[in-house]
Write a protein that binds this ligand. Sequence first.
Ligand SMILES: *Cc1c(COP(=O)(O)O)cnc(C)c1O
Length: 239
Amino acid sequence: MKEKLFANAIEENVARIRERIENACIKAGRDVSEVTLMGVSKTVEAERVNQAIAAGIHVLGENRVQELLQKKPLLHLDDVSIHLIGHLQTNKVKMIVGEVDLIHSVDSVHLAEAIEKESEKKDLVSHILVEINIGEESSKSGVSFDQTYELIDQISRFPHLKIDGLMCIPPISEDHTVVRQYFSKMHQMFLDIDSKKIDNVSMSILSMGMSSDFEDAIREGSTMVRVGTSLFGGRNYNI
Ligand SMILES: *Cc1c(COP(=O)(O)O)cnc(C)c1O
């Protein structure tokens, strides 16, 4: 990397991640503007999240509803959108609808229906992604690959919901070819759903890739990478 002085470690990390994104885009023959870098700020205190915003991060991802709502008033959010990326329980829907720009983790009609009802009550439209359990792992949330079409068809009938795309967290693997196969399967489904031109459904966001695999995800068509550790360093869940 070119010699440059950074105000802090986070600014330097953003520069390094952007460089890696750029290189992955070049390898994939994609334009860098197609890929949004989300800063995953779970467990990170507001002051450091604000440093990331100052360093040019425009999208933040939080996992837990309570943490998100507590932190939100402390953040400099002009021009910054905040997304919920963690599993959402139905009983937290009331708290989160209207508070985030996108919910990445809708994986059942039951949950979608709760978001629909709350959105109607608040007279707004909620933007969501459908989370797919691409590795069919019992430990993970997400709809199974085979049931995705049916779920999207059902959700598309809710007038206060808009499906903006798909999200996944693939199984952990050291083998990049294995990980890329999962991402590729996601991308094919993303394109296939897009080609169906379903009402209330636009495939504009393919949310996949984290610190360990975002380059693979970009090679396979990701439009939003969710990066935590490489941006903020290791997380301490005990604070
Ligand atoms: C924590 C988390 C990330 C970021 O993971 P890193 O490996 O720290 O980059 C991305 N997506 C989701 C859903 C997460 O929970």
